[in-house]
Design a binder for this molecule. Structure first.
Ligand SMILES: *Cc1c(COP(=O)(O)O)cnc(C)c1O
Length: 333
């Protein structure tokens, strides 16, 4: 199957599996797993931050991130379409009694700082206490403008807010900026990394921040059930991914760019392509039949009026050419 639904669908490669099988392990709840410790130390080092924590999922990493910044009755300002507002089942509110204050993002995925400022609550018993600004980079494939990162950082320093970045796909931003991770995450207090998207591991995420912050996060991780035991076999996949699969994200971006161009050539209404994502407008009455037509030919996509196609390490240029040729046949029938 050619699976364009998401970059989460990648399978561990043989080389990655070999690293996993050879990984020394221990009980990570006791802090004894050498491979988890190595991954966390490595993530902290390449980030220029003090510490990192390995968690099973990006959703849990974001939840623990919010719980470690905000207490009950406190608030985070976040985008209406942000993963840690919209796509995490309301976890911060449900499990943390943390109030989200969502606002509309700009076209480029940044949150307008004047609108953020207007939502910061004064110190008044009527209001929740505003504690945190949460950004997402990349956001639906969009790389936040590089100069915005520093602006948002300075803004939060001035307003006494913490700054968290949901960096599920932060390495897609790193290769798009053509910079080092450290050069962008210096502009946040904490951030997450998903190892199981374009980086290609079967599971795992990281939360990165200061030593004290990660200490709080470790307690929250235990409380929400994310303390794993011989997790080194999973951490080994993460180490492999960080060492081998970062720079190759460029290929995914190039493939997405190529796919967008080819689809436009055959008259498909491509609305945008950013990093490894292509968005296509499909006539409502055709969305279902397109999905079925493709599935019958071994192509999986989340077909809808706006169809998102995601490139990743398990889909090659040749396979994308196949997709284009099926799509052409579909439009000509
Ligand atoms: C995928 C994703 C997450 C976390 O997802 P999990 O499936 O829980 O690992 C968080 N934020 C963003 C922006 C994502 O794309």
């Amino acid at each position: 199957m050619i699976d364009l639904r998401s970059d989460t669908v990648t399978r561990p490669s043989k080389a990655m599996l070999e690293k996993m099988m050879a990984a020394p392990t221990g009980d990570d709840v006791y802090g004894d797993d050498p491979t988890v410790n190595e991954l966390q130390a490595y993530a902290a080092k390449i980030s220029g931050k003090e510490a990192a924590l390995f968690l099973p999922t990006g959703t849990q990493a974001n939840l623990v991130a919010l719980l470690s910044h905000c207490e009950r009755g406190e608030e985070y300002i976040v985008g209406q379409l942000a993963h840690n507002y919209l796509y995490e089942a309301g976890g911060a509110a449900v499990l943390g009694s943390i109030q989200p204050q969502p606002i509309e993002a700009n076209q480029d995925g940044s949150l307008p700082l004047d609108k953020v400022a207007a939502k910061i609550k004064p110190d008044d018993i009527h209001f929740a206490r505003t504690k945190l600004l949460s950004l997402e980079n990349t956001h639906n494939g969009k790389v936040l403008p590089r100069e915005y990162l520093q602006q948002a950082w300075e803004f939060t320093r001035k307003h006494n807010l913490a700054l968290h970045v949901d960096g599920a796909r932060i390495f897609n931003a790193v290769v798009a900026y053509d910079c080092q991770l450290e050069e962008i995450v210096r502009y946040c207090d904490s951030f997450t990394i998903c190892l199981s998207k374009g980086l290609g591991t079967p599971v795992g995420s990281l939360l990165v921040g200061s030593h004290d912050y990660i200490k709080r996060a470790t307690r929250w991780r235990k409380m929400v059930g994310g303390g794993m035991r011989q997790a080194g076999i999973l951490a080994a996949a993460g180490l492999y991914a960080l060492e081998n699969n970062v720079q190759r994200l460029r290929e995914d971006h190039e493939n997405a760019h190529w796919l967008a161009g080819e689809l436009r050539e055959i008259g498909v209404d491509v609305t945008r392509q950013d990093t490894n994502m292509v968005f296509v407008r499909v006539p409502v009455e055709q969305a279902e039949s397109l999905g079925k037509y493709m599935r019958e030919r071994g192509v999986l996509m989340s077909a809808g009026p706006i169809t998102r196609l995601v490139t990743h390490l398990d889909v090659s240029r040749e396979q994308l050419a196949e997709v284009v040729s099926h799509w052409r046949a579909f439009t000509q029938q």
